[in-house]
Design a protein around this ligand. Structure first.
Ligand code: 13P
Length: 355
């Protein structure tokens, strides 16, 4: 198989996902993780309840004005809404492209520090991606995780392994027509200062693109999903939002090729309001490369929505989702007025978070 079969479609899909003013809704929580979310509102983790919650999200009128794509967990990609229509068709009707989480989770990385991991799921990935494409998915996500510690993490081994895994994944799903979202998350766990995050993140992202080069990844048909360049959650020095925005842009300018069409941030435990404010500030800074700077938030788009829905209130859930989707759409164009939409300031950071 050769990429030339798919290259124009990959480029078009990546461009559509990176449409200015639109971002990605990450709804790909594993069954275990969505169980924790539903548990927080006293809703049981059954297939019917997962379907009801996600079906509520995917029938929010006008969501496609702010959201270009939604990342699904495998169960949802093959699921029908309670009214019988497929979830993929519900999204299509809103003008939203369906995506799929394709990694199979993290495992300890032999030979590295005990907390370091590799991301699994490469075996048979080209074939799996072809099945997802047939089901209507047009993009994919793979989340590799790195952590900064006082005793030397991330190790060279972890950086190389995770960069290589991301690049192999990216090339594999491109073979089957899916745009890879390349996600090297640097966790917020730790007490390191923002300068250290910037240093590590530059190194990690550069290694990712070296690995992409070696694997023949078509960069124009990819998106990058990084964490923002923030200090460790336990660091006593708290830089102001402008510093976070300028350090993040500097890190990306130093490491991301200009041919990548879009950079879509994860929220990583930032509060809903902080995730919007940082993104907005980044979009007010004059930049050297023209990649679109947008969002691919999970918690920062769903936190208030989940609470407002509470297991049954469709209208309240959809209203809360639309508020955050609009706020982040505005932020991705540098036009967000903080506080102009209802949001939560609650820190969503959880130490040792698993997705
Ligand atoms: P958060 O925005 O909650 O970090 O989730 C985004 C995501 O997809 C993580 O893989």
């Amino acid at each position: 198989m050769s990429l030339s079969l798919h290259s124009s479609e990959l480029i078009a899909t990546a461009k559509a996902l990176a449409t200015p003013g639109k971002g990605i809704l990450a709804v790909d929580e594993s069954t275990k993780t969505i169980g924790k979310r539903l548990g927080s509102i006293n809703v049981e983790n059954t297939e019917a309840n997962r379907k009801a919650y996600r079906g509520m999200l995917f029938t929010s009128a006008g969501l496609g004005d702010y959201i270009s794509g939604a990342i699904l967990y495998e169960e949802t990609l093959f699921q029908n809404h309670a009214d019988g229509e497929s979830m993929v068709d519900k999204l299509k009707k809103l003008g939203i492209i369906a995506g799929i989480k394709v990694d199979m989770g993290l495992r300890p990385l032999p030979g590295a520090h005990p907390i370091e991991t590799l991301c699994t799921g490469l075996d048979g990935l080209v074939e799996r991606a072809a099945d997802y494409y047939a089901q209507g998915a047009r993009f994919a996500k793979w989340r590799a995780v790195l952590q900064i510690t006082a005793d030397g993490c991330p190790s060279e081994l972890s950086i190389r392994e995770n960069a290589w895994g991301l690049a192999r994944y990216a090339r594999s799903v491109q073979e089957s027509g899916l745009v890879p979202i390349i996600e090297p998350e640097i966790l917020m766990d730790g007490s390191h200062p923002i300068e250290q995050t910037a240093h590590v993140q530059e190194r990690v992202i550069k290694e990712v693109y070296i690995a992409c080069q070696r694997n023949g990844v078509l960069l124009e048909g990819t998106l990058l999903k990084p964490s923002m360049t923030v200090q460790g959650a336990d660091c006593s020095a708290k830089p102001d939002p402008k510093t976070v925005a300028s350090m993040t842009v500097r890190t990306l300018e130093r490491s991301v090729p200009a041919s990548v069409p879009g950079i879509v941030f994860l929220s990583g435990g930032l509060s809903e309001e902080a995730a919007s404010i940082y993104l907005n500030l980044m979009n007010t800074i004059e930049r050297k490369a023209s990649w679109n700077l947008g969002f691919s938030y999970g918690r920062a788009l769903q936190h208030s929505c989940l609470k407002a829905w509470g297991g049954s209130d469709t209208a309240a859930g959809q209203k809360a989702l639309m508020a955050r989707a609009q706020a982040n759409s505005e932020a991705s164009m540098g036009r967000y007025v903080p506080g102009s939409q209802p949001s939560s300031d609650e820190q969503l950071f959880v130490a040792g978070y698993t997705y």
